[in-house]
Design a protein around this ligand. Sequence first.
Ligand code: CUA
Length: 365
Amino acid sequence: MNIPSSIWSLLIGIVLTLVSLWYGQNHGLLPTAASSEALLVDELFNTMMTISIGLFLFVEGILIYCAFKYRRRQGDNSDGPPVFGNVPLEILWTAIPAIIVLGISIYSFDVYNEIGGFSPHELHDAPVAQEAVSMPGSAIAATLSDSLIASAAPNLNQEKSDRARLDPATASVRNDDQIPQKRDAPGMGLVTPSIGPSPDREGKPPEFVVNITGMQYAWIVTYPDTGVVSSEMHVPVGREVLVNIAANDVIHAFWVPEFRLKQDAIPGRQSEVRFTPKIAGEYPLICAELCGPYHGAMKTKVIVETQQAFDQWMQEQQVASNDSLNQAVAVNPSDISTAEFLAPYTKDMGIQSETLEQIHSNHHH
Ligand code: CUA
C-alpha cells in the first residue's frame, strides 16, 4: 500500500499537536498554584509550553529524519547539491514566529493586567517630585508624564512610605536616619513597583493588610491591626491580601513561587503586592535579589490557613509578645557579657560561646 506524503504530513501534524497539548497540561514543572494569580500565570505558562514542545518536536523531528535519510552512503564521495535561497520558505519561517511572539505578548499583557500589574490609579495619583524634574534626562520623562507634574495633589507615595515608617514593630531595626533616600522617597509613581488589585477589585480596599520588611538577612512581618511581629507570614485563605514591602538596608525581593509573584523590596520606598491565596498550606517565602553573602539563607514561610486558625495564631502571638515583654523587663542582663547572655541560645545553634567571644573581639580590633 502506498500512502501519499500529504497524508503522512497530516497524520504527523495531528500526532504532534496532540502530544504538545497533552504535555502542555502535564509537564509537572511548577509547584502548587496557591493563589488566584497563580492560576492565570500557569495558563500562560502552559500555553507557551504547548507551543514550545510542538516546535521542538517539529524541528528536532525533521533534523533527525534528515540526518538519517540523507546520510552518506557507502562509497559516495560526491558533493551534495548546492542549495541556497528560498523566498517563500524564508517568509514563512519569519511570519510564523512573529505571529506566535505577538500572540504570546498580547496574552501575557492581559495576564499582567488581570493580576493588577498595571494598576492605573496608582500611576496617576503619584506626582513627580520636584527634584526629579530638575534631574538630567528629566525632559524625556516629562514628555511622558506631563499631567503628573501639573498635578497639585499630595504626594501619596511619600505619605504611604511615611505611614509605613510609623509602624513601631520595625522601627527598632529600620535605622531610618541612615537611609539617604528617606527624605525624598520618590514620588515617581511610574517606577514605584506595585502589583495592585485585579481590575474587578479596582478602587476597593484590600481585605487584609500585612507589612513585611527585608533586612540582611531576614524578613520581619508585622500586622498593622494588632502590632504583632513575626518571622513568618500568616494569611487567611480566600481573602485578598495586600503586602506592603519595605527594605531596611539594601534591595531584597519578596518571592513566593507558589503564588507566582515576585516584588522588589527597596530602601526608602514602599512597594506593594496584592493577591488572593486559594489553597491552605505552608509555602517558602524567598529573597530573590542577591543582597549579600547570606542572601541564600534569607527565607521564611508563608502559612495560608483558615480564618479560624489564623485568628487563633494571632491570639497566641499577642499573648506571647506580652509575655516576652514582661520577661525582658525582669532579666536585664547588663552585668553579664554578650557571650554569657547568648550562651543558652547559641548552644541550640551549635555555636561555642568562645567562638562568639572571638568574633566579638575580632570585630572590635
Ligand atoms: Cu535579601 Cu537576598
